[in-house]
Design a protein around this ligand. Sequence first.
Ligand SMILES: [Zn+2]
Length: 434
Amino acid sequence: MIDTADIDARQQALAVQIADRRDDLIALTQDLIRIPTLNPPGECYRDICEYLARRMGSSGFEVKLLRAEGTPGDSQQHPRWNMIARREGGRSGPCVHFNSHIDVVETGAGWSFDPFGGEISDGKIYGRGACDMKGGLAASIIAAEAFVALWPDFPGAIEISGTADEETGGYGGVAWLAEQGYFSPERVQHVIIPEPLNKDRICLGHRGVMWAEIKTHGRIAHGSMPFLGDCAVRHMGAVIGEMERTLFPSLKQKRTAMPVVPDGARQSTMNINSLHGGQAEPDPDFTGFPSACVPDQARMVIDRRYLIEESADEVREEVIALLERVKSERPGFRYDFDELWQVSPTMTPADAPVVKAVERGIRAALGCEPLHVVSPGTYDQKHIDRIGRLKDCIAYGPGILDLAHQPDEYVGIDDMVDSAKVMAFALDDLLHGR
Ligand SMILES: [Zn+2]
């Protein structure tokens, strides 16, 4: 039997604890924003990990700083540091892990606030990384501290991690930690990634990705006599023409049962990431003219996002079949196809324990019905699923996804407080049970 009076009392106690920590939550978020962890190249990872280690250490967590040596981008100048904090309870039980990436993307132009100032205006904290995802990291720390303050002898364990390189694939962060066993089902049972998905939404996973390079080949000749050469750019034009005729319309027809947001991403999509043919773009300091040549090579990079209903093999073969069609119709057409990167789609079942716990937390803390979503792009859940083999994982956190990577990025203070409550309620649910 579920003793709801007990649960209500515990949630009330947690809500009071979190309300009391509002100023602390604001200061913590500001401190994190003021450490400019730009990636690339991976600045200040050690600084933010040391900051987090001091914070978690003083809250009774056992802290490890781990450098992902030899991973992409790791160097003496820009070492890939990660922080994992673990607090054992007084009795045995499951481990709940909150994983946040510590890196932020470049600031770009168009800011009206200092991107690393952590300024407050109108109930919002501004800065690069405010919503993606230092606000979520701060909210998870406050949730964990509030919970531990009330029940220091709780059953199980709580972990908080701050990890490197999510914005560049996560290879020096979660992927590496998963390889070291930090995300194995033996060590951790439930994972919440506080990415900015809005405080009333639970993100179950993400679509798949395939990046590939297509090259077309031609033959160089004098530009005044193009008939003596073979233009690789015209061959690439034929590839784009075939994509417009057949591939893009067929991708549009492939709808998914995954609840992807926004709605435009609830289908297969492809972006032409880059296209280049012929002479290299001139050095901006060079004031002369180009020489007259027929391009002998063109190169395109495609970024194909695929659905749980599709397989990587199908996605690959669809593009190769298209190239073969062009080849059968165009004399002299030669191409190379190289896959650059592939990530499988992942989606945690809607009835998984962590989903149910956060759902109940949203209902209790916010009084609204939670929404299940799937992210159009990938995030570190891919490594937790594929390398860690840990399936009970979602993204849940404060902030508006559309603001990520934009100028004047911000996180709402009330939203952080609300989602800290939801996280604390989920901790109570998963560790104390019902
Ligand atoms: Zn993020």
